[in-house]
Design a protein around this ligand. Structure first.
Ligand SMILES: [Zn+2]
Length: 147
């Protein structure tokens, strides 16, 4: 479980770097963000992606948070799917450039991986994008509707 301090850190990172669509984070409480960031579901592609990212490049975590919220809000359209994955790449480049100087090989490694992850989402993520979100926020909403 991601703790709220981690979410606060990612949020301020996204805002200070002015990542594209970082305002989407402000729509949710910290508790909601914790479940969206953690619990999109065991079969979901973004969670797999995010675990890989956290292990390889913690610097991309803020980018992944925005991407996760977009997937949580998915309307199952191809247009927004593609936009979300493109944004992941662009935000990844931004983070890489902000965190590492041009002389630092990490800048190019992070940029390259951000592009690869964005492309993987585009190729393999469509089913997950179209499936109902399984995070705690969405489960609770469903229970309320069925009650
Ligand atoms: Zn959700």
């Amino acid at each position: 479980m991601t703790n709220q301090n981690e979410i606060i850190r990612l949020k301020s990172c996204a805002e200070s770097l002015q990542l594209a669509n970082s305002e989407i984070i402000g729509k949710y409480t910290l508790a909601e963000l914790c479940s969206i960031y953690n619990g999109i579901g065991p079969d979901s592609f973004p969670e797999w992606l995010r675990n890989t990212i956290s292990a390889l490049h913690p610097s991309l975590a803020a980018v992944a948070l925005i991407h996760d919220i977009e997937w949580h809000e998915s309307d199952s359209t191809k247009e927004k799917f593609t936009a979300s994955n493109e944004r992941f790449k662009r935000n990844g480049y931004k983070v890489a450039k902000a965190e590492y100087g041009w002389w630092n090989p990490l800048r190019y490694i992070v940029m390259n991986d951000a592009r690869r992850f964005g492309n993987l989402c585009q190729i393999f993520g469509w089913t997950a994008w179209c499936s109902p979100c399984e995070c705690a926020v969405c489960r609770k909403k469903k229970e309320m509707e069925n009650a």
